[in-house]
Design a protein around this ligand. Structure first.
Ligand code: IMP
Length: 190
């Protein structure tokens, strides 16, 4: 089946396609936009965006929202990951964490990505599907692939930006879209 993915981010579309195509789901990008709530919970942001986009387009849609939670920074930037990326970026995050060592004195560089897929049809309540992955913030940016925080987020010593296609097996987005695909399958739509 085809599903409309409302996003302006072509990297997300590529990843969603890599994850969903083997499951029989075709992702079609629509860049019509939707209001992004300034909320502490990315699930609320995705649910609201999906409902808004479904009403606007008059069809079933998905949106996806990601948060990055760095433990030693008490969860910063969390749902404000896009604003922080656009302002201080990866160099700013690395500077904030300059004195934080892994496992020394109770400090560590662990961090979690949360991805929420929000699905909605006009007139129904939105449904959300969450995927999360825990890794650590590298000491320096490594790798040319991916986007956003990928060069500084590593799993077992490899940054998401260095993984190539493997990112789509292990990432937060791999998990949230897999849950969404399983749900569609359970409805008998795939
Ligand atoms: P949003 O979901 O587009 O709001 O993303 C929030 C911020 O996290 C943006 O700056 C994105 O570039 C970044 N981001 C989203 N997904 C990923 C990812 O898979 N890897 C690295 N950065 C990401």
């Amino acid at each position: 089946m085809k599903i409309t993915f409302v996003t302006g981010n072509s990297h997300k579309v590529e990843e969603a396609t890599a994850i969903c195509a083997p499951r029989g789901i075709t992702i079609v990008q629509n860049d019509c936009g939707y209001p992004e709530l300034q909320e502490d919970d990315v699930a609320l942001v995705a649910a609201y965006g999906a409902a808004h986009a479904a009403d606007r387009l008059g069809s079933a849609v998905i949106v996806e929202d990601t948060g990055l939670y760095i433990d030693s920074l008490r969860g910063f930037p969390g749902p404000y990951a896009a604003y922080v990326y656009d302002t201080i970026g990866n160099p700013g995050i690395l500077a904030l964490m300059r004195d934080i060592d892994d496992g020394v004195g109770g400090n560590d560089r662990s961090a979690t990505f949360r991805s929420i897929v929000g699905y909605c049809e006009p007139g129904i309540e939105p449904i959300t599907f969450e995927g999360a992955v825990t890794g650590r913030i590298a000491y320096a940016g490594v790798g040319e692939g991916g986007f956003g925080y990928d060069p500084i987020f590593e799993i077992d010593g490899v940054t998401l930006a260095s993984m190539g296609e493997e990112k789509n097996n292990v990432s937060h987005r791999a998990k949230s879209f897999a849950k969404f695909a399983d749900w569609l399958f359970g409805r008998g739509e795939v």
